[in-house]
Design a protein. Sequence first.
Length: 114
Amino acid sequence: MSWNLHVAHTYKIKYDCVSFSSNGQDALEQIFSMFNIENLSDSYSADYYQIERSELERLFNIIHTDGKEFQKHAKEFEQALCEAEMNRDEFLACLDKLINNSDQTNEYVYLAWY
């Protein structure tokens, strides 16, 4: 059974194809951890995440600008993406979808894997 990522709109789940493979959840957890992106769910091993939109925007900017903070974790980041079977541009496109296709009236982005 494959796991898909879903984005919640005001606590209503709306399926949005965000192009993560079955290993995408692990990769996303690793990337959030390496760049200190706070997940407000009980743990990263949960099947849902609650993340401030501003944190996803910060992550997007870290990766997109390729600055010092990104360079400290560049090899780990590329390894995580390899496990998720995606490249950097695909990951940035997914982050953009998460940021812009989720409920804009809520400061949090809710992600559910099922």
